[in-house]
Design a protein around this ligand. Structure first.
Ligand SMILES: NC(=O)C1=CN([C@@H]2O[C@H](COP(=O)(O)OP(=O)(O)OC[C@H]3O[C@@H](n4cnc5c(N)ncnc54)[C@H](OP(=O)(O)O)[C@@H]3O)[C@@H](O)[C@H]2O)C=CC1
Ligand SMILES: O=C([O-])CC(=O)C(=O)O
Length: 237
């Protein structure tokens, strides 16, 4: 039998809960759940028994706990990518000795955007995210309303529970400056949508994602923990 990777999960909400249950039932070959860090639990106890920490707890928790994880030489898999709009935090998390991994989370197309940006800088990138109004702090919106439009860095920080995807797109595009993010609250939105458009010397791109929201937390899409588990499979393989 090969080596088993001990995994600690931080946060047991709509994303962490699914990841925890999948690990408990042995769904990821080569990975074993060794700790769960919820509010009040000690990260140090988890670091003593884990090789890799999965952050599913939000941008603030990542900023607080992430640097300790990589400094302890443990790998870190991040869900709350919007926290990486803070360049200093991003540098610390990349500084090792533990490795930093990001999940694709609620969206796709990141590999192609990255390749296109590596060929030549993308000239224009936009992500339009549309969700139910209550998840965006405008519960009484009776018709579609644009709640924010601006640079991905500002939008991902302004909606820490809803627009981590804007930061993920910016990191794939290699620049926060080239990405505009738009957030729309739509009372008729039964699915959460993310429409990503990009253009540059490599070509023109358009990805439309329509995700079913989590019942437990409608701000997050149901697919996200499964993206985390897919990344986890790749890491431990
Ligand atoms: N990259 C992507 O595509 C996506 C990223 N996300 C990110 O994932 C995060 C989690 O989403 P989701 O699971 O739906 O959120 P939930 O609110 O359902 O769960 C978050 C959990 O983390 C816990 N928590 C908060 N702070 C800490 C801490 N310091 N230590 C340990 N646990 C903590 C919360 O506890 P309590 O409830 O007691 O506060 C809660 O149980 C979102 O906030 C968002 O930033 C979400 C969707 C997509
Ligand atoms: O789950 C989603 O569709 C996107 C999301 O909440 C985020 O990026 O924070």
């Amino acid at each position: 039998m090969g080596e088993v990777t001990g995994v600690a999960v931080v946060g047991r909400g709509s994303i962490g809960g699914v990841v925890i249950r999948a690990l408990e039932s042995g769904e990821v070959p080569g990975a074993r759940l060794t700790a769960v860090v919820d509010l009040g639990d000690s990260l140090d106890d988890a670091l003593a028994v884990a090789d890799l920490v999965v952050e599913c707890a939000g941008q603030r928790a990542l900023a607080e706990l992430g640097p300790r994880v990589v400094a302890a030489g443990k790998d870190l898999l991040v869900v709350s990518i919007g926290a990486l709009t803070d360049d200093a935090l991003h540098e610390r998390l990349r500084g090792g000795p533990g490795r930093l991994f990001l999940t694709s989370g609620a969206i796709g197309g990141l590999d192609l955007l990255r390749a296109a940006a590596l060929m030549a800088p993308l000239e224009k990138v936009r992500i339009v995210t549309t969700k139910k109004p209550a998840t965006l702090g405008v519960p009484h919106a009776a018709e579609p309303v644009e709640v924010m439009r601006g640079p991905a860095r500002e939008v991902a920080a302004a909606f820490p529970k809803s627009t981590n995807v804007a930061a993920a797109v910016a990191l794939a595009a290699g620049s926060f400056d080239v990405v505009e993010a738009v957030v729309v609250a739509d009372p008729a939105a039964t699915l959460t949508s993310h429409v990503i458009t990009a253009s540059g010397p490599a070509g023109d791109y358009r990805f439309e994602i329509r995700n079913r929201p989590s019942e437990q937390n409608p701000a997050s899409s149901q697919v996200v923990p499964h993206a985390v588990l897919a990344t986890l499979r790749d890491i431990v393989r």
